[in-house]
Design a protein around this ligand. Structure first.
Ligand SMILES: Nc1ncnc2c1ncn2[C@@H]1O[C@H](COP(=O)(O)OP(=O)(O)OP(=O)(O)O)[C@@H](O)[C@H]1O
Length: 144
């Protein structure tokens, strides 16, 4: 018998990873189909650029700018449903609680990454490579 992959064994015991994979794929796929055809050309370009890096595991960083109501959250929903319907992990975070509630499965950045409340220019975020959160980050395809 082959040895079991250490990362996959620890993943199955990791509450944070289990939570992030605990989406109803059928509901996600329905949501995906609903949003699929309605992206504007500009939204489609953003979607394809980001998804291309995600699929090739390139580790890119994107900054998407747009006035209020121009459809940024709409693109995040489309990207999130695409990644989740493939059984992968996307973490949706925002600085404020209200903003995070607009994102599918959203959490505040402080809560998700267990950041210190008092942040200064010199703040350093430490994470132990053996922590559940570190394993979650290793399994994560995209952070929005
Ligand atoms: N391609 C689209 N097809 C249909 N509806 C869309 C599309 N893009 C955006 N919308 C709708 O337009 C409204 C505003 O979009 P959204 O909330 O994504 O904008 P936003 O840029 O994230 O706004 P804000 O910056 O204020 O949070 C929403 O009701 C959204 O469902």
């Amino acid at each position: 018998m082959p040895y079991r992959d250490v990362e996959s064994v620890s993943s199955s015991n990791n509450r944070l990873i289990t939570e992030e994979l605990d989406y109803d794929i059928l509901i996600i796929k329905n949501e995906f189909d609903r949003i699929f055809l309605s992206l504007t050309n500009e939204q489609r370009h953003i979607f394809l650029d980001i998804m291309s890096d995600v699929k090739e595991n390139k580790g890119g960083v994107f900054f998407v700018y747009g006035y209020g109501g121009t459809g940024k959250n709409f693109v995040w929903k489309r990207i999130s449903t695409t990644i989740r319907s493939d059984g992968h992990i996307v973490l949706n975070v925002a600085l404020s609680g209200i903003a995070s509630s607009l994102l599918p499965g959203g959490r505040t950045t402080h809560s998700r990454f267990i950041l210190p409340f008092e942040l200064t220019e010199d703040s350093v975020w430490k994470i132990n490579p053996d922590d559940e959160l570190a394993s979650l980050l290793r399994r994560t395809s995209l952070i929005i």
